[in-house]
Design a protein around this ligand. Sequence first.
Ligand code: ADP
Ligand code: MG
Length: 329
Amino acid sequence: MKIVLLIVVLIVFPITAYADEGGFKKSKKLMGTEMEITVVSADEKAAHKVIDAAFAEIRRIEELMSTYIPESQISKINSAAGKKAVKVDHELLRLIKRAVEYAEMTEGGFNIAVGPLIKLWRVSEGGNIPKKDEIKKTHEIIDYRDIVINEKKETVFLKKNGMAIDLGGIAKGYASDRAEIVLKKNGIVSGIVAVAGDINAFGKKADGNKWRVGIQHPRKKGTFIGIIELEDEAVSTSGDYERFFIRDGKRYHHIIDPKTGEPAGKCQSVTIIAKEATATDALSTGIFVMGPEKGMELIERLPDVEGIIIDAKGNMAVSSGLKNRIKDK
Ligand code: ADP
Ligand code: MG
């Protein structure tokens, strides 16, 4: 029985998976990915209704922030690049502002101005290897400092023609945080929200134990590198094994190093634990680009942030505050 459960869970969550459960749960495909929400409740019907409200919130965020939706505010900002400032919702403005803060924190490793490179590599659409000069040409239009945020007018302006914001490295974390807020507003005191690999756990399971999340081994599918118990915390994993394509025996994945314009090569996976999934999502992507040394330095420097970094050779490093929390079952 346990083995069957593990297999099911791993299909749904390619990166991070529950090691066990408790409560009522529902899954859905939104934002181009599988997501699952579990809540502890005495009333199954009410639980499903609340979960649906949380999914509706995630759909609202997708409509605001997806580059795949031409009417989204992000698409409008992008199509006005080099031309004019675009009025946006306060919420989107705030998230873009936060994203720029994470860019500064990660020395440009996390960079929402990577849009032009994402379009060249098309990893989520099967993949394409751009020519060197195509990559070079994007160099001028991927600087996050060219994102002009006017807080008074609530506008965003991309200074140069061809610039494009891509929130793929932070929007799922933000959606996970928002879904948790909706659940709590509707009276849920305990649950777990998994927007693909961006997970929020709050309260405790029905049996009184803490929520447990298994961190997947980046090279051995179906094997966990460890299990972590969470309580009122978020966890995200960024890996090179989840969205990728292989050409001539080489792996090309979806996290692009803005400095080289190519898939970042210093890590296999980065897991970050913090209070909010917006933070864990942005930091796991950014630290993946920074690499193990600078990345671990940053984790140790930031308050309330812990992490696991698996470098390109498969060596695992665990931050000081997490060492005693990783379990093998
Ligand atoms: P996932 O989306 O698989 O959970 P991540 O959170 O690591 O993984 O985000 C990867 C996504 O972020 C990419 O698909 C792309 O949309 C975007 N992205 C790629 N490289 C960067 C980068 N250096 N900085 C910010 N976002 C990035
Ligand atoms: Mg991320």
